[in-house]
Design a protein around this ligand. Structure first.
Ligand SMILES: *Cc1c(COP(=O)(O)O)cnc(C)c1O
Length: 462
């Protein structure tokens, strides 16, 4: 394939994409294929000879869309959204065409400088204090890992960077049980170990209890451990729990600990000033992550980490071997030194396009609608026979159950086999519950209220 052929097929792909998106509501949201079905359609060995693009494209339309779960479906209410707005898709196409590797300023000055400006725009959009700078990671998992590694090395007086962990004290990291599993993964990968991630008890609202945090830190110090940092949950994945950020940071600071706020999902909502009390005190954090790829339409992958001071993280993650030196420009930023992989995609372009194409007002209107519709839907579900709201809407996320665990699980399966909507589950205080999150970029109130219709209809058969 050459670039002239690419032009032809890019047009065909764009036309295909338009039809795909216009007819998404006719498709089941969750894929309905069996495990192994797709693999069985592919030859077991690669072709020796080139194949015509026509054939490749036909196989794509034949095999792939029917075996996908449609994340851009307006009735996707599972997990959290992975929103891709049209403006984001356009930016990704252009970044894709240039196909740069943005590891250093000099390898792509526009990518680095647009990223720097976008971090300022997003900081302002979220109402964060102007001492924060930021960078873009692939995922919140990587940002959480970066923050935990920084906590580790800072607590070790940076000796760990050279000597590893063997000679040091046993480190402790603190988080609530509502914290995302990527924090568990981070302590494992950072060599701190799962047993040294202290799950601090929560209050009645499932936010971390700051007094319990203080007690846990003191007990650990008395027992000879070295507390390193606190990961604060601002919008948990399971039920949308919010730790009291200001109080938790105050406790952490009193003990000299590093603080990281995981707002992967809920951070996007902070473009609306009325939701900011949920993370009151966030300006005191050392690090904050949120995923524009979840709720702002800047498609996967796009995780933004704000840093009060990037120096500690660069001290942990930044390496500058001879072959990566940039001569004659001391003030420049090489973002690979802020993040784990050396290679970086040009992710800032989609932030730039989306913020301009919809404006903050357009993005706020979507989030406000989602929050309002989630409340309306929770009301409607609470009135369905046998259904009970287990956790009320936190922003646009709530959970419900139907009679008991077994009936709830069976109802969920029947709903997803039906295909009109897609919901997933979690466990809350031991109970199997169905999660509903409203957040797809172009969903309508009607799409959202369809959930109540489907649940009513299907639960009647039980
Ligand atoms: C989704 C989520 C993550 C993980 O995000 P990735 O970008 O997929 O790694 C981490 N924390 C919270 C609170 C989340 O909701």
């Amino acid at each position: 394939m050459d670039h002239d052929t690419l032009l032809h097929w890019s047009r065909r792909a764009a036309e295909w994409a338009l039809t795909y998106h216009q007819t998404l509501r006719d498709r089941p949201v969750r894929s309905q294929v069996a495990f192994g079905e797709t693999a069985a359609k592919l030859p077991s060995s690669p072709p020796e000879q080139p194949e015509p693009t026509e054939v490749i494209f036909d196989d794509f339309t034949e095999i792939v869309p029917g075996a996908m779960t449609h994340w851009q479906h307006p009735r996707f209410f599972a997990y959290f959204p992975a929103n891709a707005s049209p403006a984001s898709m356009l930016a990704e196409q252009l970044a894709n065409a240039i196909a740069a590797q943005a590891m250093l300023w000099q390898t792509s000055p526009a990518a680095t400088e647009i990223e720097q400006v976008m971090m300022v725009w997003l900081r302002e959009a979220l109402g964060l204090a102007d001492h924060f700078t930021g960078t873009i990671h692939d995922s919140a998992t990587t940002a959480n890992l970066s923050a935990v590694i920084t906590m580790r090395d800072r607590a070790m007086g940076w000796r760990s960077v050279e000597e590893g962990l063997c000679s040091g004290p046993r480190l402790r990291i603190y988080a609530s049980a509502q914290t995302h599993s990527s924090v568990d993964k981070a302590v494992r990968l950072a060599g701190i170990g799962q047993a040294n991630l202290v799950k601090v008890p929560t209050r009645d609202d499932f936010g971390m209890d700051p007094a319990a945090l203080d007690r846990a830190i003191r007990a650990d110090i008395a027992a000879g451990y070295k507390p390193a940092g606190v990961v604060i949950c601002s919008g948990g994945t399971s039920i949308g729990a919010f730790d009291p950020v200001a109080e938790c940071i105050a406790v952490a600071k009193a003990h000299g600990l590093y603080t990281h706020v995981d707002a992967a999902w809920a951070g996007s909502a902070m473009i609306c000033p009325e939701f900011r009390p949920l993370w009151d005190g966030v300006d005191g954090a050392d690090s904050i992550v949120f995923n524009p790829h979840k709720w702002l339409g800047m498609q996967f992958d796009c995780a933004v980490q704000f840093l009060a001071d990037p120096a500690p993280q660069i001290r942990s993650l930044g390496l500058r071997p001879d072959y990566l030196q940039t001569f004659g420009a001391d003030a420049i930023v090489n973002f690979n030194e802020w993040t784990i992989p050396l290679g970086r995609r040009f992710r800032a372009l989609k932030i730039w396009f989306v913020l301009r194409a919809y404006g903050l007002d357009g993005l706020r209107a979507r989030i406000r609608n989602h929050v309002a519709w989630a409340a309306e839907l929770a009301g409607a579900i609470s009135r369905i026979n046998g259904c009970e709201i287990v956790t009320p809407p936190a922003l646009s996320l709530f959970t419900f159950r139907f009679r008991d665990d077994a009936s709830t699980a069976a109802l969920l399966e029947a709903i997803n086999d039906d295909g009109r909507i897609y919901l997933t589950q979690t466990r809350h205080e031991g109970a199997f519950v169905i999660r509903v999150q409203v957040g797809q970029f172009d969903c309508t109130r009607e799409d959202v209220m369809t959930v109540a219709d489907v649940v009513t209809e299907i639960s009647q058969n039980f």
